[in-house]
Design a protein around this ligand. Structure first.
Ligand SMILES: [Fe+2]
Length: 371
């Protein structure tokens, strides 16, 4: 047995946790740049709670709310410029994966005047500002990871960078903030969280601890997965999903993601398929791909999901995401090439070659024609 474990984020979980633990913000200085999306932080109630907590602690704050879906280099560079104007001591990130990941980049760019493309080099002259994270979706797990995933237009994909200094100092998880999400976003993000656990479980970098966290998360997910296709998702279920999402983040912080994310990025970049849904379209065949390589792990995963077979797992996902993305043979070829360039592929327990990547896409999606 050989493993390491590092997860330095202080976690506050539960309804009311932002206000109840507001003294945490004061540990990190007197000025806070709040990084968020245009609307969702306000609608969720999280922004109001954070501002009230900062006011109570006499912390000056300014809002940068220009982060959209799949954040670009231009967005985080604008955030860095806003940060250099305001001179914050900390960055408070509120949002789904896009604002949380963008906030990590902005925490670097505020104190290092570099181009966003240089974030991937990892050699920052000045340590990033401390980050405090308030997730308002249950999916990304970014509040407990060292990753930031941005859209790299030059490479035509979403691409992550990782730094231990990008772990949030504290994360505040209150499931009430996820109640204003649409049903579709709730489902997409929940399946992203599941994908983090499943991929982490079938990663070469999996450890005994990441496996324990992944199985706990998958087991809790299995208890509520039948609720996802109902029109209303209760607060109690949302609380479980937020817990699963956090555990999924803790898993991939150790293991990173694998082939599902690598292939899914092209569906998001070129076809605007939401990130979690893209993973959901691919995850069934991904399990099938591992059936002979890791039969014991497949059995444990299915038992945790309370399912009898991989076919049942696929059927559940098919029901959740009716309608497949259609690709041409040319696109299958291109997306397999793009995926193969990522580190995710080498990290996949059964490492797919080019032909197998194409096969994963063909079996998961509708493919026909030459475009
Ligand atoms: Fe993800």
């Amino acid at each position: 047995m050989q493993f390491g474990y590092y997860m330095p984020t202080r976690i506050f979980f539960g309804q009311g946790c932002v206000v109840q633990n507001q003294a945490e913000f004061a540990k990190w200085g007197k000025r806070a740049l709040i990084v968020t999306g245009r609307n969702s932080a306000r609608v969720s109630g999280a922004l109001q709670d954070v501002c009230a907590a900062l006011d109570e602690q006499n912390i000056a704050w300014e809002i940068f709310d220009q982060i959209g879906e799949n954040p670009t280099f231009a967005m985080v560079e604008a955030g860095g410029a806003a940060g250099r104007n305001f001179r914050p001591d900390m960055v408070v990130a509120i949002g789904g994966g896009s604002p949380l990941d963008a906030a990590k980049a902005i925490a670097v760019l505020t104190v290092n005047e570099i181009a966003a493309a240089q974030l991937y080099d990892g050699n920052y002259a000045v340590e990033p500002l401390p980050i405090l994270a308030v997730p308002i979706t249950a999916g990304t797990g970014s509040e407990v990871t060292q990753y930031s995933v941005l859209t790299d237009a030059e490479r035509q994909t979403k691409r992550g960078f990782a730094q231990a200094s990008l772990f949030a100092k504290a994360a505040f998880l209150d499931a009430r903030y996820t109640q204003s999400l649409s049903h579709a976003v709730t489902v997409d993000t929940a399946v992203d969280a599941l994908s983090h656990c499943v991929e982490g479980y079938f990663a070469k970098r999996a450890t005994v601890i990441s496996d324990a966290l992944a199985l706990e998360a998958i087991r809790r997910f299995g208890e509520v997965c039948g609720e996802l296709d109902k029109p209303e998702i209760s607060l109690a279920v949302r609380e479980v999903l937020l817990y699963v999402s956090m555990l999924g983040g803790m898993v991939i912080a150790q293991t990173s993601t694998t082939a599902v994310h690598a292939l899914g990025y092209s569906l998001t970049y070129f076809h605007q398929v939401p990130h979690g849904r893209a993973n959901g379209l691919l995850m069934g065949e991904y399990l099938q791909f591992h059936a002979e390589t890791a039969p014991d792990k497949i059995d444990c995963l299915l038992a945790a999901m309370q399912m009898q077979s991989i076919d049942e797992f696929k059927q559940w996902l098919d029901n959740l995401f009716p309608g497949k993305t259609c690709l041409t043979e040319q696109q299958v070829e291109e997306y397999a090439v793009l995926a193969a360039k990522t580190a995710n592929i080498a990290n996949t327990l059964r490492q797919p070659d080019h032909a197998e990547l194409k096969q994963l896409l063909r079996k998961s999606l509708i493919v026909g024609g030459e475009g």
